[in-house]
Design a protein around this ligand. Sequence first.
Ligand SMILES: [Fe+2]
Length: 410
Amino acid sequence: MQTQPAPYNVGGVLLPQPFKIRRLGHFGLHVKDLHRAVAFYCGLLGFRICDTPENLTLVMPPEALEGVSVGGYWLHHGTDHHSFALFEEGLMENLKRLDVPRERRRGQTTANQISWQVGSLAEVVNGHRYFQETEVPIRRVGRDMPGSNWHVYSFDPDGHVNELFYGMEQLGWQRRSKPAAMCRGLSEVPSIPQISEETELQQAEEQGVDVSAGYRSRDDALPAKYDVEGVLLPRPFKVTKVGPVHLFVPDVDRSVRFYTDRMGFKATEEAEYRGHRVVFLRCGTEHHSLGLFPRALQRELATRPDTTVLAFGLEVGSYQQLRGAVSFLKENGVAIKELPAELHPGIDYAAYAQDPEGHLLLLYYYMEQVGWNGQPRPSALRRPVLTQWPEALEPLSDTYADQTFQGPLG
Ligand SMILES: [Fe+2]
């Protein structure tokens, strides 16, 4: 693997890759029972459906979709068209047959995609070329509805699908997606420059397209009876951010090299847990957006054995909301699992909720912020986490300094 790539000009700044990942945008899971999963993620966690299979024009080569049921839902928690996606397990099996190189099929994961936002369309296009030149296997490139984001999908050394995307469709106050008639999909490398979204909208209106005909999620089924810091919501919390992603990998060194040398992550912190090396990587100011855990640890933690997904993070709006979320989920029969705090450095109070198929969701409200010098807070200066969660906490220097959730909580 090449370790000293030439610097690339990214918007006038020279970087080791021709793109810069800004943040985790969305994450996808494969599930056995799609409807049960939707009931959990929407009914209990408050995600909303933003598009359904009937409403999409997934742009893939026709042979790739032959005989394949695209059973899935795209979900959102904020203004991004989707921040989470659920697909029937069979979809991946069928697609594997068609476009996943044989050596990549060993992964045995329920992760569908790990999707990272970059800053421009040029970064997607140049990233595609860079992956070709550096022999990172590419799955596909182009632009899909739903979400109408431009992207390149590639594989990490263990077959996890990393998407680099630009230009996620934004949902406004009506929570309505673009209609399928506005799809300008592509299943090849886009030529650049492309027209802007504003021009697309003008053109659609000129062609008589009903631009308001897109899917709109139904109203929440639960009564809005919880006072969440001044607003009545159906749950005592609101998911305000997705991520980090915690993955088991067979070779931590190899994966760290890939995610730093190829994808541009920075290693924030290494931890040792029961003799296992665990590495946490960041792409922005949060302590980590990706955690890499040795597969050998999986049995000791007794997590679901047939997936490389250890946990997927969901940040809620406040400490009070975190406490509310744990109580609410327990009341609704959701198992809350305890994992040692060493497995989520940079986060203090946290709980792992188990989805109906055994995936763990790392619920938290605070993520340590890493500043200009790239140094995490020394562990001795971190907040000690008490078994009995206090009712209120003293602030840290970076409390509530995380990415800001925009718009109303509900
Ligand atoms: Fe995606």
